[in-house]
Every structure is written in C-alpha cells, then in structure tokens.
Design a protein around this ligand. Structure first.
Ligand code: G16
Length: 543
C-alpha cells in the first residue's frame, strides 16, 4: 500500500457557503484544489480509524473524477469502508438516507444543486454528519480554518475503482462497496406513504407529469412513480441524467422548469405536475394551470399531515427559514405545536430534528422535508402531495384555495438580482442597515414599518449564535420585506429580495401575487436604492 503525503499550499477561498463549497468546475480542476478541501474536511471531523463514509453526487460534470480522488484520500486517511452509489450517483436526500440507515460516520456529497453543470458550469462538495445532515456552522468554520493553514494532504497511489456495477473492491486497507443508489431511498418512501392508495389514484383518470430536468432524480422517479406506483410510462420526463443537465438550469421554478410549465398550463394538462433539481432535494408543485408556492406547500403539508401514514401521529413541531412566508406559522398556531424560524440553509434544521422538536420543515427556495432524513427532499414532497390527493380526492387548486380560506393567504414572491458587482450588492445591504433608525415608524401608503433588524438566530439546542442572516423590514400588519445576499452563487453577488403580505379577505385571494405585492415591491426598491446602486432595473428571476 502506497500512501503519499503531498505538499500543498492553502487556498484562501474555501469558505463553505449556505450549503458547502460551490465553485466553477475549472476552480475545482486547479491542482490540489479539491484535495485540499477534502483533507480539510477529514482533519476537521477526525473520524475514528475504520469508520464508514458514504459518497455520491448528482452526476454532474467532474463527479466521476472527484469520486475517484476522494476514495483514494479516504483510504489514505484511515476510513475502513466507503459506500458509494453506482456510477458515483446519490441524490442528496438518498445520501442522507444511506448515512442514517447504515449508521455511517458521515458522508461527502458532490453537487452544486440547482446551479448549471458542465465543463464551465458549477461543482460543489459538502460534508454531512452521522445524523445524515449538513455539517453545522461550527464544523464548516473549522473546515475553513483548516483549509487556510493546510500544508499537505494524504492520498493512496492506486488505480481507479470500478463504480458501474454493484461490487466490492479493496483500496489499500479500505473496502469500497458500490450500492444501488435508488433502492434504500425508495424503500424509505414506501414506509412513509400509502403506496396502495397512491397507486389506485394513478391508475384511474388522474394524470401526473414529473420533470427530472435531466438531473439525478430521473432514475429515482422512474422507480418510484412509474414502477412501484404504476404511473403511466412517460409520466417522468427528462428522466435521463446528463453531466450538463442537457444545457439546462436544473432549478425547479416557473422560469427554469419551462418544459413542465408549458405542459401544466397547456391544453389537456395533467392533474398534477412536479419537478426537482440537480441533486433531487428541491421540488416545485403544480396543479392543472395552478402553481403552489413553496411556502404554501409547507403549510399545506403540515395542515394535512395526519392524513399520511408516516405522520398520522401528528407533528412535534415545524420550522421554516426566516425568509419563508409565515403561512406555516398559522397552521402551527391552529395545531398548537411549536414553530421555529431559522436562518437560511438546511443545516439549521438538523439540531431541531435531532432533538425531536420538529417533524416538518421548509424553505421558500423550493425545499421541503421532514425528520425522515436530514436534507430537504424533492420526491418525498411529491409523494406527500400525491398521498394527500389520494385521500382527499380534490384537485390541487381546490385544496390550496380551501387552505387559504381557512388560514388566510400569505402572498409571496422573491426577486433575485444575480451576478451583481459584489461592492454594489454590499452597498445596498449597508445602506439598509444604516437606515434602520430612520425607517422604523415610517408609513408608506397603507403599510407602516414597525421594526427593522439584521436577523440573528440562537440555536435552541446548542445555544450557538448565527448573526447577519438577512435584513428584515417588518410591517405592522405582519407584511415583510427581507433583503439577503446569497451564499451559494459562484459569480459576483446575488441579492435576494423576499416580499410577503398577509390577506385574510377571501374575496382578494384570487389576486395575482405580483399584483397583490405591487406596493411592497415599490417600497422595497425605494428604501434599498437597489436600482440606482446596482444599475439593475429588473430582477434576473422572479419566483
Ligand atoms: C439557497 C436558498 C436556500 C437553500 C440553499 C441551498 O441559498 O436560498 O434556501 O438552503 O440555496 O439549497 P440547495 O442545496 O438546493 O442549493 P442562498 O444562500 O443562495 O440563498
């Protein structure tokens, strides 16, 4: 066995963002770049000798190369076994499921999620702990600190490992076990949902369309929706994963999932449509000519959870990221269960779920999940919806409208300004912070500002504090405008503006969200000076 210690120099830009380290592929292809980060992970988490690691990614360009490097580094760093998905593939929720099921020490997930892939696209890497969830901020801070001081890494000199069939091989003293990436996950889904009820729904006149966006969930959706649940063949579209996602942007929203949106808004539209992203953790839910906002989706799943087998005993509590609308808060109030507001990023939900405080959680960014794993889970959300539809036997639109009638409607929209010069974006944020004192108490038409702050979160389980998590402008009637800089982009800065207005009056519920939020959008642009400071008249994407 030939373990080599390679001298290296630290890179200064390996600070993990909202969800791991994400960079352009050429950045990862620099000599030692990936290796440095992987060694920083191993040095930070100090796995006992002989530990089991789970490894897989969303199959994007560079996945295979990275997998081989990480396997050889794991062998050189004392791991006893690596479970790797066939072809180097594991969706993010499936990786979480496998870590938990086989009680692994942790896992390395390779993905840049919804960001485009290919030789000039994005790549990413993150570490998940033994609970199956993304490393906490304390761990990612340690990884960053190690990466800034690294002087060498360890790697085994060996031939590449075969990954394309289920097999076991040896790499130095380490076992590499290639596992079926789909079956453990599909079995977990079958244990949570009433597959018989969903099967009879799908074998009647009810039609569905699932857009896998040429990303990792294609094989998962085919196995679960078409094979196990009997949806018509072809119900899963863009089902073959491609290294560059077919040139598309694998982000399930109304802009990027346009193939699906055309079908769902076209003549003879199916009854239910859904899409997931590059690594399978995000979801978008559509009814016939009807879009469900992710914030409403979370609220609705919470309100209907006891109809679903895996959640029939009720929910311990719910959690949402701060910018996510307060629709789920209203459900929690009605159910008399706790509702937690966390910073953006799934890693903040882990402690709450581990402590049994929360069963369902979600983010406005098309992420919904539960304590069945420690990642958001795209197909899980689709199955949850299908289970509710199978029980309630109403259309998606009627179920959502009934929900609004009962709880009120939280009109919601997010404006993304992508690729801004970093200085201009920071300038907008600083200007807002400088305006807190003058803004509080100011009235704009029917809206009057109650308070402004920079969101800070104290984790109720471990007491850790996360500051600077987004500027909040809170209005007297519960409406909100949030400004936040993205922590996942790879080019310049992305400024996100989140807008929310509550409406109890049912007669106003049919309004278009952009129409209902017009006044708030005007206030957001005015107080932030966004257009003059960035030179951008229009957002890049509205969701
Ligand atoms: C964005 C979203 C967050 C989400 C994060 C990671 O972060 O706004 O809600 O947690 O992506 O999601 P994924 O793993 O699907 O990329 P940011 O910092 O860009 O706003």
């Amino acid at each position: 066995m030939n373990i080599r210690t390679i001298a290296t120099r630290p890179f200064s830009d390996q600070k993990p963002g909202t969800s791991g380290l994400r960079k352009k592929v050429p950045a990862f292809q620099q000599p030692h770049y990936l290796e440095n980060f992987v060694q920083s992970i191993f040095d930070s988490v100090s796995a006992p000798k002989g530990s089991t690691l789970v490894l897989g990614g969303d199959g994007r360009y560079y996945n295979r190369t990275a997998i081989q490097i990480i396997l050889k580094m794991a062998a050189a760093n004392g791991f006893g076994q690596v479970l790797v998905g066939r072809g180097g593939i594991l969706s993010t929720p499936a990786a979480s499921c496998v870590i938990r099921k086989y009680q692994a020490f942790g896992g390395i997930i390779l993905s840049a999620s919804h960001n485009p892939g290919g030789p000039d696209g994005d790549f990413g890497i993150k570490f998940n702990g033994s609970n199956g969830g993304p490393a906490t901020e304390a761990v990612t801070d340690t990884i960053f600190a190690k990466s800034k001081a690294l002087s060498s890494y360890r790697i085994l000199e060996a031939a590449d490992v075969p990954l394309d069939s289920l097999c076991e091989t040896t790499l130095g003293d380490m076992q590499v076990k290639v596992i079926d990436p789909v079956s453990d996950y599909a079995d977990l889904m079958e244990s949570l949902f009433d597959f018989a009820a969903i099967r009879s729904l799908l074998q009647g006149s009810f039609k569905i369309k699932f857009d896998a966006m040429h990303a990792v969930n294609g094989p998962y959706a085919r196995e679960i929706l078409e094979r196990r649940l009997g949806a018509a063949s072809g119900s899963v579209m863009n089902a073959v994963p491609l290294e560059d996602f077919g040139g598309g942007h694998p982000d399930p929203n109304l802009t990027y999932a346009h193939d699906l949106v055309e079908i769902m808004y076209g003549a003879d539209a199916p009854d239910f449509g859904a899409a997931s992203d590059g690594d399978g953790d995000r979801n978008m839910i559509l009814g016939k000519r009807f879009f469900v906002t992710p914030s409403d989706s979370l609220a609705l799943l919470a309100a209907n959870a006891t109809l679903v087998r895996g959640y029939a005993g009720g929910l311990a509590g719910v959690a949402r990221s701060m910018p996510t609308s307060a629709a789920v808060d209203r459900v929690a109030h009605a159910l008399d269960i706790p509702c937690f507001e966390t910073p953006t990023g799934w890693k903040f939900f882990g402690n709450l779920m581990d402590a049994g405080k929360v069963t369902l959680c979600g983010e406005e960014s098309f992420g919904t999940g539960s304590s069945h794993v420690r990642e958001k889970d795209g197909l899980w959300a689709v199955l949850f919806w299908l289970n509710i539809l199978a029980v309630r036997k109403q259309s998606v639109e009627i179920i959502v409208r009934e929900h609004w009638a009962r709880f009120g409607r939280n009109f919601y929209s997010r404006y993304d300004y992508e690729g801004l010069p970093t200085e201009a974006a920071n300038g907008v944020m600083q200007h807002l912070r400088d305006s807190f004192a003058t803004l509080a108490g100011t009235a704009f038409g029917r809206y009057s500002i109650q308070t402004c702050d920079d969101f800070s979160y104290t984790d109720p389980v471990d007491g850790s504090i996360s500051k600077g998590q987004g500027v909040r402008i809170l209005f007297g009637d519960g409406s909100r405008i949030i400004f936040r800089l993205s922590g996942t982009g790879t080019e310049g800065a992305t400024l996100r503006v989140y807008l929310e207005a509550f409406e109890a009056d049912v007669s106003r519920h049919p309004l278009d969200a952009q129409e209902a939020l017009k006044e708030l959008i005007g206030i957001a642009l005015h107080v932030s000076e966004l257009q003059t400071r960035t030179g951008r008249e229009q957002p890049t994407v509205i969701t």
